[in-house]
Design a protein around this ligand. Structure first.
Ligand SMILES: Cc1cc2nc3c(=O)[nH]c(=O)nc-3n(C[C@H](O)[C@H](O)[C@H](O)COP(=O)(O)OP(=O)(O)OC[C@H]3O[C@@H](n4cnc5c(N)ncnc54)[C@H](O)[C@@H]3O)c2cc1C
Length: 511
């Protein structure tokens, strides 16, 4: 007699390890049929790009190969999920649908509700499993640390379970193929995304590159190798934060006290772990208040008078602002899908504080050029760097200072703004006129002052002061959430040791 079938709806979780959907099907002794849909509504969303479709295609290609080694396969579909589920249900009367919880944008939020509704109507049991410490709905943030303990630190990652699949299901799945989308054309400069790549990247970080993390992640010349580079994998779910956390904890426990590098390793890995906490901290905000996609977390900053000049917006997007480091960052992002945190923060700060562009206006482009686009982190970081959160310091990154501090030799700038190659680095850093390169589109100091005056005036208003306490209570971080506070390094780290990411490093992308 054939076994009951559970469909595992693959979303941002194309992995076999630490997979609660597969583990549950195994526990129940069910056949499992993985299903992945390329959804037109998502592919055409303004915060989606070819980089994202390509990442998912790669991740699912890797998953299919891994499943085939287990004598199983995945159904690949092109269409809206509810339609595809309905069609599949006529062929395979599955009784259960499993997926992992996703904290996405408004489109995925509404789609998830539609899927739940379809399951209710059809009598299919739909179960969603968490894959982070983020709790569904509005929450009391005082408990955040406990959930981290309950779901991440206190529970080991799930091993790869048995995957049962009948010959009939395997044949059905094996007959499905990827739609022919131009987005799947390979681009050498995009970081590979698959479960195997995720584990290789983690191992490489923990054995070689991680030593340079602390002090190495601020400069765009070192962050491409000193950073973990796990963001694409965490964002697309080819590895879980729990998997990473436990691997790091083991590595810290195994540090040899006689090794002169142990202390550096420890500080680096502890600083890294605090970033994993931040990830869930920000994602929880979007989960608790999905409207944050469209409005600032603080009610008094929802009508900041931005100019939204399309000419300046285009100059920023295309890396033609006349500010060398801003232009290099925007061009590097468009080509590789990656820059480090500090450069992302500077790009947003410059757009909002100096070009006077609304964070909601710049959001779709930035999302499209981040290979690791993760709405929970992204939307909240945008608001934070735009200074509209209400309690964080209003921080204006001066691109000239950032250049002097983090790329004084102009290696990064010259790589991405080749018209500056003939210029001596000192001249670029000094801010002199640069032949063959446009002058600044707007003056930095005067424009930054105008915007910060607006933001400080809001902050000082009685209405804002009253609202801040309530918003902070709902969304602010608690001291104990941040187990380790990273300290600012005095000097940039030396170049990292050779690793998986050789050829990716100082050029800010594939060499
Ligand atoms: C405006 C802006 C938008 C951003 N958008 C995204 C995004 O869409 N997706 C994304 O993954 N990261 C985003 N970040 C956070 C950060 O820049 C990247 O996670 C980091 O640069 C990725 O490199 P890494 O994996 O080597 O990071 P590591 O420094 O090695 O950090 C490890 C992991 O921790 C998480 N993390 C790191 N920094 C932060 C942070 N400040 N806040 C929350 N989580 C963090 C990420 O999952 C990251 O992979 C954004 C930052 C800014 C300023």
């Amino acid at each position: 007699m054939s076994r009951p079938v559970a469909v595992w709806w693959v979303k941002r979780d194309a992995r076999l390890a630490d997979n609660a959907c597969l583990a549950e099907a195994d526990r129940l002794g069910m056949d499992v049929l993985p299903l992945f849909c390329f959804e037109p509504s998502l592919l055409t969303a303004d915060d989606t790009s070819d980089m994202h479709a390509h990442a998912q295609w790669q991740a699912v290609t890797g998953l299919r190969a891994a499943l085939r080694k287990l004598n199983a396969d995945i159904v690949i579909a092109h269409g809206e999920v509810v339609d595809k589920l309905a069609k599949l249900h006529t062929r395979v009367p599955f009784t259960h649908l499993f997926s992992h919880e996703e904290v996405g944008n408004d489109i995925t939020y509404r789609r998830d509700r539609a899927v739940a509704e379809w399951c209710r109507e059809r009598g299919v049991e739909y179960r969603e499993f968490p894959q982070s410490s983020v709790k569904r709905g509005g929450v009391n943030r005082d408990r955040l640390q406990r959930w981290w303990q309950d779901r991440i630190a206190g529970v080991p990652p799930l091993p790869v379970p048995s995957v049962r699949q009948s010959d009939e299901l395997r044949r059905l799945a094996g007959a499905t193929a990827f739609p022919k989308l131009p987005a799947f054309a390979p681009c050498r400069q995009w970081q590979p995304v698959s479960e195997a790549d995720a584990h290789a990247t983690l191992a490489d970080f923990l054995t070689r590159r991680g030593r340079w993390y602390r002090g190495g992640i601020s400069s765009p010349n070192t962050a491409f190798t000193a950073g973990s580079r796990l963001s694409v994998h965490l964002a697309w779910g080819t590895i879980t934060a729990r998997h990473v956390w436990h691997a790091v904890a083991r590595r810290i426990a195994d540090l040899d006290p006689n090794d002169p590098h142990s202390q550096r390793w420890r500080l680096s890995l502890e600083a890294f772990v605090s970033r994993l906490h931040w990830r869930d901290h920000f994602t929880q905000r979007l989960e608790s208040e999905p409207e944050l996609e469209f409005r600032s977390v603080h009610p008094c900053y929802r009508d900041v008078p931005y100019e939204n000049d399309e000419r300046l917006h285009a100059a920023w997007r295309e890396g033609r602002t006349g500010y060398p480091l801003v232009d290099a960052v925007m061009r590097c992002l468009a080509a590789t899908g990656f820059v480090n945190f500090r450069m992302r923060a500077m790009a947003v700060s410059f757009a909002c504080h100096v070009l006077h562009l609304d964070w909601r206006l710049i959001h779709p482009h930035l999302a499209r050029v981040f290979r690791d686009y993760d709405p929970g982190i992204h939307l909240n970081q945008l608001q934070m760097q735009a200074g509209v959160v209400g309690w964080n310091a209003i921080r204006v990154y001066n691109p000239a200072k950032q250049l002097a501090d983090w790329d004084s030799g102009c290696r990064f700038v010259k790589r991405w703004v080749p018209e500056l190659k003939p210029q001596p680095a000192e001249r670029i850093v000094s801010g002199d006129d640069l032949p063959g390169y446009p002058p600044p589109v707007v003056p930095f100091a005067e424009r930054a002052k105008r915007m910060t005056d607006v933001l400080y005036a809001i902050r000082k208003s009685a209405a804002a002061k009253t609202a801040t306490a309530a918003v902070y209570l709902k969304h602010g971080s608690r001291k104990k959430e941040q187990t380790v506070r990273p300290k600012r390094a005095k000097k940039p780290a030396p170049p990292p040791t050779p690793s998986l990411f050789d050829g990716w490093d100082t050029d800010g992308g594939a060499g």
